[in-house]
Ligand binder design. Sequence first.
Ligand SMILES: [Fe+2]
Length: 410
Amino acid sequence: MDLVCCQFHSGTISEVQKHVPSIINSCNIASRIHANSSGPSNYKVNGLCRGRGSQHSLFLDVASFKAPMQRYDGTNVKSRVWRSPVPRATMAEQHTEATAPLPPIPRSIHDISNGDHILGFGANLAEDHPGYKDTEYKRRRSHIADLAKSHTMGEPIPNVEYSAEETQVWGHVLKALSDLYPTHACKEYLNSYPHFNFTPDRIPQLQELSEVLQRTTGWSVRPVAGLLHPRSFLNGLAFRTFHSTQYIRHGSNPMYTPEPDICHEILGHIPMLADRTFADLAYIIGTASLGVSEKEIWHLTKLYWYTVEFGTVQEEDGVKAFGAGLLSSFGELKHMKTGTDGIMPEFMELDPFAKLPKMSYKDGFQKKYFLCESFQDAVAKLQAYSKQILRPEVEALILEAKRSQLGKML
Ligand SMILES: [Fe+2]
C-alpha cells in the first residue's frame, strides 16, 4: 500500500477543522474516505489517492483533543477530518519518504547481524580516544571484538579473561557509583541491583548476566564488537535482546569513556533490564523500529537516548536516574542532581510526538533531561507513538506471538 502519513499533535478542534480540508486537497485524496479509531490517541483515515490510483492513509494524532473520537464514523469523517496547524513535516517530505521502499522486517534475532553494522569504536579508535596511542590496548580491543563476532545467538557467550588492570578500572568505577546510587538511582534500579552481586574485584561475564535477565524478564544479552548501527540495535530490543560491548575503557581515565564499554553496559543497562516495566519500555521502542523508514529510526534513536540512556523519573523525594548514561557515570549523576558550575540542567516532559533535541555525545554533561512521571506513564506515551508508526505486518507478528505465548521471541 502506498502510504501518506500525517501526524499532528497540537491545536484546538476548530483549528483542526479549519486546516485539514486543504491538506486533503493537496494530497489529491478522493472523497471516498473512511475512518477508524485505534485508540484515544490515534486516528486513522484511509482514502484513495485519485491522481495515483493507489490507496493512502492519513494518521491524525489527536492526543491533545478532548472530543469523543468514537462518534466520527466513516460517514462523518468526510466533513470532519482534523489536523493541527503545525504538522511535523511537510506533506511533500512525508510523501517522499512514505513512497521510498521500506526495509525488510526481521522475523527473529537471527535476522539481525551483530557484526556487519558496527559504526565505530570496535578496535579502530578515533584520535581523541584515550587509548588511541596505546598499541596494547588496541590489540586487546581487537581480540575482544573478535570474540563477540564469533558468538552465535543461542550459544553461551564467550568469557573474557579480564586482566588485573582492567579489573582495577571496573572496581574504581563500581565503588564511586555505589556511593551515589542510594540517593541518585530510581527505586527500580535499586530493587534489581542485588540480583547481580557486583563486587569490585571481578568483572561479571555477559553470560551470567544474561542468565539472570532470562530468569527475571526473559531478556538476553548478545555480545557486540562495537557501536552497532541504531537500526540493528533497536531491532534487537524487539526480540528482547540487548547488544552489549565487552571491552573496558582505557585505564588512564577510569571515570571517562567516550563510548559504551562494559562498565556502562553492566552498571547502566543490565539492572534496569531486570525490571519488567522498564524492559517493556525498551521492547516498545524495539518493536516500533522493525522495518520503519530511516527518519523514524532516527526519531526512535532519540527517544531511546532520552529515555533508556538519559531518562529521569520523578519520585517522592526528588528526581532519580533510570538512564544508563546517568547510572554509569559518576559525573553525570552528580550533574543531574546538583548541576555543574552553578548551572542546573533543564528537565522537560517527555513528548514522543514532538521534535526532540539533538543528541549530545561529546559536549560534556547533558543540558536537558526528560523527566517521566513514572515508568508506566512513559510506557503509555511510547506505546501511543509506536501505534502511529508500527507496520501492520509487525502488529500481526506481535499478536501472533502473544497468541501462541511466544512472547520471548518477539
Ligand atoms: Fe547505552
